[in-house]
Design a protein around this ligand. Structure first.
Ligand SMILES: [Zn+2]
Length: 446
């Protein structure tokens, strides 16, 4: 077994029956030399483009407008000549307008509820579901999960891709899945303990909710079987990572995905935790300047754009994720050759502009989590008074005098002046899945 992996997960005693542990789910794919990987990408990209051109009117029309045909794509660099696909394209062609396969060949539909208007609908063939399960199994293995582990899955089941994505992946890996979904937090604590889960899959905010309830009920999860937390589906800070690791006695791993591309399992951290490996045999990753749409120089940060290489039902050409990150290529300490995405701590859409200062909720989280006497639950309320935006941070503390302390730290760390409302412990609403971090009360369309 890999010595590094052993040392990182050696904080608790392993069951001897589990050894030896397989380190790669798909060694050949995960360690493929770059030249071979790029050759595979080009072949798959050409096939995807041909499908999209022939079967999806939107892609055909946009390529024709640019004077392009699929055969014009001769190198991976030629991808930059192609059009982008936006989230609004999915909404404008609701529900099935971007699908490349007839509805009767779909095995499943998922949808995400938009804050405005129609949901975003995505579809999968049987083959797509199998690919997703394999990539999710690969991601879980990369995060340290092994066959035989009990995986407590607290991601929501349903139209949201988190629950079923993690479920199929864990089963494919050979783990034992507890399909808990979100909510019923007291029961979650009980079953994590009684079923001896080694792995917890959840949103980070909900994992915190579980940790808090366990502490209140006097159940010491840190001393129990849990070793790994697989957290994603919302941006979270390094401070939150340390908090979750300390309170649950785990190694907290960041996983990335989005339903428009597949769902969870697009990228994940390995034990080196030096960025998230994005699975380049199934996805092409680009980083662009969000204002100009042009590629940024290698290693610079910008908006992540993803093209799918193997999706049948819903091929995506240059999907603009709105997520800000940067890419690192070159071999990782773990031996995988796939590019690493820097941890994403904010989506363009989440950014608040308060009196000219750009603020991500995760930045405020990082300040709050580090402050003694402040519980790591918070909501941001944005209102307009006259022509000015006002930010109020609702925090929890048993010390009513904490406000001044918090205001000072937020001002000095982030540069924004905020009003602080100190609530009693338990008063900030607890996450049951994706946390609501911002209540934007500003008039719409102004
Ligand atoms: Zn790695």
């Amino acid at each position: 077994m890999n010595a590094m992996l052993q040392s990182r997960f050696a904080t608790k005693v392993h069951h001897p029956a589990r050894a030896p542990r397989r380190f790669f789910f798909d060694r050949e794919a995960e360690t493929m030399p770059r030249a071979a990987l790029e050759k595979l990408q080009l072949r798959r990209l050409r096939a995807t483009l041909k499908e999209a051109y022939e079967k999806v009117p939107l892609h055909r029309r946009r390529m024709q407008e640019a004077g392009l045909e699929p055969r014009d794509l001769r190198s991976l660099e030629d991808l930059q000549k192609l059009h982008f696909t936006l989230k609004s394209d999915l909404r404008d062609h609701y529900p099935f307008g971007l699908f490349a396969r007839p509805r009767t060949s779909l095995a499943r539909l998922h949808a995400s509820s938009g804050t405005t208007g129609k949901p975003t609908v995505v579809g999968y063939t049987r083959q797509d579901i199998a690919t997703w399960a394999s990539l999710m199994a690969r991601s879980l293995a990369c995060a340290g999960v092994r066959a035989g582990d009990v995986v407590h899955n607290a991601y929501g089941y349903g139209l949201f891709t988190g629950g079923l994505g993690a479920h199929y992946g864990a089963e494919r890996l050979g783990a034992t899945v507890v399909p808990m979904s979100g909510g019923a937090t007291e029961r979650q604590v009980l079953l994590i303990r009684d079923f001896a889960a080694r792995v917890l899959c959840a949103t980070p905010s909900y994992a915190l909710n579980i940790a808090e309830l366990a502490e209140r009920e006097g159940v010491d999860l840190r001393a129990g079987s849990l070793e790994i937390g697989i957290f994603g589906a919302e941006p979270w800070s390094e401070a939150m990572r340390r908090e979750l690791e300390a309170r649950l006695g785990i190694k907290a791993i960041d996983i990335y995905g989005l339903s428009e591309i597949m769902g969870p399992g697009v990228a994940v951290e390995c034990e080196a935790q030096d960025g998230l490996h994005g699975w380049e045999d199934h996805f092409l990753f680009e980083i662009i300047d969000p204002d100009t749409g042009r590629a940024v120089p290698e290693g610079k940060s910008g908006e992540l754009v993803i093209t799918t290489l193997t999706k049948q039902a819903l091929p995506m050409i240059r999907y603009r994720t709105r997520d800000i990150t940067r890419l690192a290529r070159g071999r990782c300490a773990c031996g995988r050759t796939h590019a690493r995405l820097q941890r994403i701590t904010g989506r363009n859409d989440d950014m608040l502009i308060i009196r000219g200062v750009n603020v991500y909720p995760s930045q405020i989280e990082a300040v709050l989590v580090g402050l003694p006497g402040i519980a790591p639950h918070y909501q941001l309320v944005v209102e307009r008074r006259g022509s000015l935006d006002e930010l109020t941070i609702e925090v929890e503390s048993s010390d009513p005098g904490a406000a001044q302390h918090v205001r000072h730290h937020v001002k000095s760390m982030i540069g924004v002046t905020a009003a602080i409302k100190v609530m009693k412990p338990g008063e900030v609403p607890r996450s049951q899945g994706k946390a609501v971090r911002v209540r934007d009360l500003r008039p719409k369309g102004v």
